[in-house]
Design a protein around this ligand. Structure first.
Ligand code: AMP
Ligand code: AMP
Length: 352
């Protein structure tokens, strides 16, 4: 595992301008576009198959492409030669999780947080430590209500199923009478899905004070999932579908202004608990909630990096306009933070 001292040493050894790199997937277009807006050169790690797609966006394509055969390979040497800072996103967590801790390339944010979010066990420990309301977790024989059964790792909801009883659970999931490891049985929450996106800056005191700095609300989304989100169409014509939750895209949502205080308090608790558990989460983060009819939020997921839901306002969000006077994407907000940290000589506080 790379120590913080080694990462700091790499940063110190960078001579000349820093570049911003990411893997061409997930939210890469807004990361490149935002970095360009702040004057950075960008690097896209790309497979040959994807290159044409990313080449086609004249104003959002990276300045330099580095082709790899497999997206789980990060070309560290080349990135280091370009003074690169890697901006992690959901695909990097999904495909590169095992190599993140050992990577020599400096990563925006705290790389340890990416491991905390990628294990359901540790993520739930984090949600609990933060003191947030969350759905109940049940053992197979305790299933006494509708539950969603999830596989381990970020798979974009792929393969999740709903069960109503222990018998139904065993029928759907047991293999030769045994339950496969890594399944999570969670109470199915009823209400409106609301996924807030935040930016935590330990080096900025403006805005909503949190821990060493402040948290900024950047926006909200909710996911559009196949087939659950259009299942009413099937029901209306008499087709009884089996619900599934595979993420296909995202849509914007806003919440009542009077609920914002509560949303900020949840964000603050996530920031403080991250610091206590593993040294903090500088940079973008998000959490997934369901808000019920009593306006109670339940948190069932935390992501400690940019989420693809921020793609809904890649032109700039309403709340960044309120905070910064101009609408900004999360990609630009990340680049702005790196620029500010370089200017103040505080990069080490946001790059672990
Ligand atoms: P992909 O590179 O599209 O296969 O995505 C890798 C991972 O990122 C998926 O397993 C999802 O967890 C997540 N992801 C990708 N796109 C989205 C999206 N639009 N909304 C939410 N999560 C996403
Ligand atoms: P996740 O992989 O935890 O982000 O979940 C993927 C999707 O499954 C979410 O966007 C929700 O639509 C649904 N989902 C996950 N957990 C729950 C829950 N406890 N109650 C209701 N829906 C859920």
């Amino acid at each position: 595992m790379m120590t913080k001292e080694e990462i700091d040493y790499t940063l110190e050894s960078y001579k000349g301008n820093v570049t911003i790199a990411t893997v061409c997937s997930h939210s890469a277009l807004q990361i490149f576009h935002g970095a360009r807006q702040e004057g950075f050169k960008t690097i896209g790690i790309v497979t040959q198959k994807r290159r044409e797609l990313y080449e086609s966006f004249k104003h959002a394509k990276p300045d330099i492409f580095i082709e790899v055969d497999d997206p789980s390979i990060i070309p560290e040497q080349e990135l280091l030669e370009h003074n690169a800072i890697l901006v992690p996103h959901g695909s990097i967590v999904a495909y590169n999780k095992d190599s993140l801790l050992d990577m020599h390339v400096p990563i925006m944010g705290n790389r340890k947080s990416l491991l905390w979010e990628s294990s359901r066990e540790s993520m739930f420990k984090w949600i609990e430590h933060a003191g947030l309301e969350r759905p109940k977790i049940l053992k197979p024989d305790e299933i006494d209500r509708p539950c969603i059964v999830k596989f381990s790792g970020a798979r974009g909801g792929m393969g999740y199923q709903v069960v109503h009883s222990p018998a139904e659970f065993y029928e759907k999931f047991a293999v030769d009478g045994k339950v496969p490891e890594g399944l999570l049985i969670q109470e199915f929450l009823i209400g409106i899905r609301v996924y807030p996106h935040f930016f935590y800056s330990p080096i900025t005191a403006d805005g909503y004070r949190a821990h060493k700095g402040s948290v900024e609300l950047i926006g909200f989304d909710r996911r559009v999932e196949s087939n659950i989100d259009e299942s009413y169409r099937c029901r209306s014509i008499g087709i009884d579908i089996k619900p599934s939750f595979t993420v296909i895209g995202n849509e914007p949502i806003t919440v009542r202004e009077s609920l914002l205080g509560e949303v900020f308090e949840m964000a603050k608790k996530i920031v403080v608990s991250a610091d206590e558990l593993f040294g903090g989460i500088p940079g973008p983060f998000s959490f997934e909630t369901v808000c019920d009819e009593n306006m109670q939020f339940y948190v069932f997921e935390i992501s400690s990096r940019i989420v693809a839901g921020t793609n809904v306002y890649a032109k700039g969000s309403m709340y960044t306009m309120f905070n910064h006077g101009v609408p900004m994407s999360m990609g630009q907000r990340i680049a702005k933070e790196i620029k500010h940290a370089i200017k103040e000589n505080r990069l080490k506080e946001i790059i672990f």
